[in-house]
Design a protein around this ligand. Structure first.
Ligand code: BGC
Length: 414
């Protein structure tokens, strides 16, 4: 969805913004599942510890599509929250509207430029100025596995390539289990497609097709193969998947109904909240074919200019988010890794330690790519249109050839 159209509306309405209370920190986010809510509660605690009043603005809906719609309405009506969970290129789109606060002062005082990896800092800046503060680094190309289900199905090892996936999934189904736990919602469909495309084509193809939106890469036989593979994976999802929330799909892995789920590591927050131990109760493995890649998804908050409010609340909020203590506790609940460079990972679980090591390694090798399904790579209009194509493909008998043609059209949306 485009943000540009807001410019005129904003220019007239912001002038009449309602005064915000100096110490009220209203934060829009979409962290409402069990693990997410625990993490959000840590943020609330931290803000309150600085003497402010937390005003929760939670909009349910995984992936944040609902939250973004509500945010636009609030801003157009001249009443933005203090902070909102916004990511990737949308940060720049909001900044271009002239509605964001400049965070350069606090960034300078707290040395964000040395604290953050450049790949993260760049996303937080608009025309060289900080306009957002990052919370974490999520990895999206995970496969969550119930090892007990594999064992009961006579499967020795989870699939490492998409080529071997079909036979293994069929074996699991023959043993009476659901092979792939999935929720049929557009953003979840796109999340699976992203891992499939990465596994089929590798990071260089991924970067060309889904980050640079290069027409030749999009129309290539690799994209055709990615859709063929998605069709194969779709076959192994259960008939009740339509509309299912992602955390309910994770619960199917937790309670042994299903074998595998393709989802970012916020899913680990659900395993953690259920008291499950990685390596024993569940496995965190790279999605087939993606072991040497890392699709990153950085949660961040943009902060809106507030009328009649000094910058103290804003600075306190940003400072809390990047503090060592918050990064430690929030990320252990959330399933992500701290965004600060050199954070001590010794108290984190094995999946997070692996994620942190892979983040550094793939940053060097070229395997580190932004997640397009999680708004990190594409202009918001193209992202929405691409997501629609993937979702219609999943919910119809559209041919791979038609899907590629539609994807090309969608990628041109601005
Ligand atoms: C966000 C995560 C969130 C997930 C599910 C992702 O886009 O980055 O923070 O947990 O959606 O709602």
């Amino acid at each position: 969805m485009k943000i540009r159209y807001l410019t005129l509306a904003l220019a007239s309405t912001l002038a009449f913004s309602l005064p915000a209370f100096a110490d009220t920190v209203e934060v829009l986010h979409w962290w409402t599942s069990g693990g997410e809510a625990k993490s959000a509660a840590e943020l609330k605690k931290m803000v309150e510890a600085k003497g402010h009043t937390w005003k929760d603005f939670a909009v349910a809906g995984g992936g944040g599509d609902n939250a973004m719609t509500v945010l636009k309405t609030r801003v157009v009506s001249g009443n933005p929250p203090l902070a909102a969970q916004v990511k990737g290129p949308a940060i720049q789109e909001w900044a271009a509207e002239g509605v964001l606060a400049n965070l350069d002062d606090i960034a300078k005082t707290e040395k964000w430029d040395t604290l953050l990896p450049p790949v993260v800092a760049n996303v937080m800046k608009y025309q060289g100025h900080y306009v957002a503060v990052p919370v974490n680094v999520h990895r999206v190309n995970w496969m969550w596995v119930n090892p007990e289900v594999l064992k009961k199905s006579g499967v020795k090892e989870a699939p490492k390539t998409w080529a071997e996936f079909d036979a293994i999934a069929t074996k699991i189904e023959k043993a009476g289990f659901i092979a792939v736990a999935h929720g049929g919602q557009p953003w979840q469909d796109n999340t699976v497609f992203e891992s499939v495309a990465l596994g089929v084509g590798g990071p260089e193809y991924y970067d060309k097709a889904f980050v640079k939106l290069d027409p030749a890469a999009i129309s290539s036989p690799t994209t055709l193969k990615a859709f063929d593979t998605l069709r194969m994976v779709r076959k192994h999802m259960d008939k009740d998947m339509s509309g299912r929330d992602w955390n309910l799909a994770t619960a199917m892995i937790i309670n042994g109904k299903a074998a595998m789920q393709f989802m970012g590591d916020w899913a680990k927050g659900e395993f953690t909240a259920a008291g499950k131990v990685p390596g024993k109760d569940y496995l965190c493995l790279a999605a087939p074919g993606t072991a040497k890649s890392f699709t990153f998804n950085i949660d961040s908050f943009i902060v809106f200019k507030q009328k009649n409010q000094d910058s103290k609340a804003t600075n306190d909020f940003a400072s809390a988010v990047l503090s060592d203590s918050f990064q430690e506790v929030f990320n252990q609940n959330k399933g992500s890794i701290p965004v600060r460079l050199g954070h001590d990972m010794s108290k984190f679980d094995a999946c997070a330690q692996k994620s942190a090591a892979d983040f550094v390694a793939t940053n060097k090798s070229g395997g580190l790519v932004p997640s397009f399904a999680h708004q990190m790579a594409q202009p918001s209009a193209a992202q929405g249109a691409i997501q629609d194509v993937v979702s219609s493909f999943m919910n119809s008998d559209m041919s791979s050839k038609d899907a590629v043609a539609k994807l090309l059209e969608a990628s041109k949306k601005r």
